[in-house]
Design a protein around this ligand. Structure first.
Ligand SMILES: [Zn+2]
Length: 566
């Protein structure tokens, strides 16, 4: 461990107490969620930790009952958040669609009219992208056959956070509902016969004040820079493993850091989010919107804490992290768990609200059940609850939490915070980020070919890679002052994280779908799809993307030059 004295302060009882309290406290409906926040605040204040409680008004969609009716037989269903609301029912013939986007694209080309006026039946859990695509094709509803006995709660919106006025048009206009595997088998068979179904959904949608607790612990030497640890506290029903355990983990990390604050070099900020599930990350998005300059200037890294401390979750072999953090994060995971994780490129979920503004990130989930144990049980894969299929269902109750696993995850997140809060020089490796970006860009150069020359981007990255290599070497040899080195790394983050992950500007939110790497240029890989009438539009997009990419590389370059001249 970097500093054992911090770890010696860990008291799992303090965290476990919150897990127990949350196992009897639903945090789904706005009033229940607010009560959950109050409990977190009570626990923090009981340890003398100062906490600021914000109360933004968030746009939420709260799923109620839903059903599917076919030939007089009624099946129980769950509507995802942001499904259109049709309490009296919508009736239409069903049409099956295989659950892969490739399959979708093929169908669209072969038979674009196939889904018009139909209720599309497919397999899967959360289908925002599919919902928006089939809606565009004129489908009127969607039924998602879940893989297990329980229906998982999910979402249907592709909008990240509360929609801006221009994004409102993207709110889903068709109803959707999930059904379980057994009912699903009957519905799938009926869909193959193109029978008619009635889909009913009830949801409450509107604006709700939600509490958002934030703890900010000032660093002793560099208080103007902060490490950011965050996780959602709203849950489906009592959501013990997703995310009561995560809330508890952060609570104990906050307590230790507060107790040891004199030994913190930089500040640490912790936030517990509302509106994660029912607002599609509305809480974290509001907080960033309201503190954007703060993040742009001071935030070093963001780390998400979702679903740690769950039963049977002993595996740390795959951990989400951005390339520039791989060196530091794999080492810290190994220090705490003895396992060397394989890095996983973050996708667009789990309150990763900080791509556009350019904050490096690590962790979504942490401990997971070993894959063989999941297979042995015949379970399907889920992203939360450490892999327990109770995730996003009524079964996510006290038995999902595990005190021993939680204890290890607390140590893990504490070590992660200290890894970035305390060393004089930040442990980033931007050479790794540029290597990843370059590999992607090289593929795009090839894909675009003579249609649009992207060689200038590849060459600029090559030059930048050499300079950044020199920069990291100079930093390691102590030839650049720590303050100047850290400032350059902040600027490198602001330029390279968006280049690798974002399409829109620093104060915007890209849609809530995982974009291909280097999204500004990713249309290069799809140029073959566009016909003679459309290729000109696609090339216009790519040309603008090339300009923005070159600009980002320029800014990174300038940051390194400034640091080297120091
Ligand atoms: Zn979660």
């Amino acid at each position: 461990m970097l500093d054992k004295s911090f770890h010696d302060c860990i008291d799992v009882d303090f965290a476990w107490d919150l897990v127990k309290r949350f196992s009897g406290q639903p945090r789904e409906k706005p009033a229940d969620a607010n009560r959950g926040a109050e409990i977190i605040v009570e626990q923090l204040r009981s340890s003398g930790i100062p906490v600021t409680v914000h109360e933004p008004i968030l746009f939420l969609s709260l799923p109620g009952p839903a059903s599917i009716e076919i030939g007089g037989k009624r099946f129980q269903a769950k509507p995802p958040a942001f499904s259109a609301i049709v309490p009296s029912g919508l009736t239409a013939p069903m049409e099956y669609m295989a659950p892969t986007r490739r399959e979708f694209a093929r169908h669209q080309r072969l038979d674009p009219e196939r889904y018009r006026g139909k209720i599309v039946v497919t397999e899967g859990i959360s289908l925002p992208m599919l919902t928006s695509e089939i809606e565009e094709m004129g489908a009127v509803g969607i039924i998602a056959v879940n893989p297990g006995e329980r229906i998982h709660w999910s979402t249907a919106s592709t909008i990240w956070g509360t929609p801006g006025i221009e994004a409102m048009a993207r709110l889903p206009k068709i109803p959707s509902a999930g059904v379980n595997r057994n009912d699903g088998a009957i519905i799938l068979a009926a869909a193959q016969r193109r029978e008619t179904a009635t889909i009913r959904t009830e949801l409450e949608q509107g604006w709700f004040p939600q509490k958002l607790p934030v703890v900010h612990i000032d660093g002793a030497i560099e208080p103007d820079r902060f490490v950011f640890l965050h996780g959602h506290y709203d849950s489906w029903q009592v959501g013990v493993g997703d995310n009561g355990t995560g809330n508890a983990c952060m609570l104990e990390v906050a307590r230790v850091l507060w107790q040891m604050r004199e030994k913190l070099r930089r500040s640490v900020r912790l936030a517990w989010w509302p509106g994660h599930s029912t607002g599609r990350y509305a809480g974290s998005t509001w907080y960033l919107d309201a503190h954007a300059a703060d993040f742009a200037k001071g935030c070093i890294i963001q780390m998400n804490c979702d679903s740690p401390g769950c039963r049977w979750a002993t595996d740390y072999s795959v951990i989400t992290m951005m390339a520039e953090t791989v060196y530091a994060v794999t080492a810290l995971v190994e220090r705490v768990t003895g396992q060397k994780p394989k890095p996983k490129r973050p996708n667009r979920s789990s309150d990763y609200t900080f791509y556009n503004i350019g904050i490096p990130g690590a962790f979504m989930a942490s401990s997971m059940m070993p894959g063989v144990d999941i297979e042995k049980r015949g379970w399907h894969r889920v992203g939360g609850c450490g892999g327990n299929i109770a995730w996003h269902t009524e079964d996510d109750i006290m038995e999902i939490a595990d005190r021993g696993v939680l204890s290890k995850d607390i140590a893990l997140y504490l070590e992660a915070v200290l890894t970035f809060a305390n060393p004089q020089v930040l442990p980033f490796d931007f050479g790794a980020a540029i290597k990843e970006i370059s590999a992607t860009v090289d593929a795009y150069v090839k894909a675009a070919g003579h249609r649009l020359d992207l060689g200038s981007v590849a060459r600029a990255l090559e030059v930048l890679a050499a300079k950044v290599g020199g920069f990291h070497k100079a930093v390691a040899e102590g030839r650049i002052a720590a303050r100047a080195a850290n400032e350059a790394m902040r600027e490198l983050s602001r330029a390279l994280v968006p280049l690798n992950y974002a399409r829109g500007g620093p104060y915007e939110q890209d849609p809530a779908v995982t974009l291909p790497p280097v999204p500004l240029l990713s249309i290069a890989a799809d140029l073959d799809v566009y016909d003679r009438n459309c290729i000109g539009f696609a090339l216009a997009t790519l040309l603008r993307g090339r300009n923005a990419a070159l600009d980002a590389i320029d800014r990174a370059d300038a940051a390194v030059i400034r640091a080297m001249a120091n």
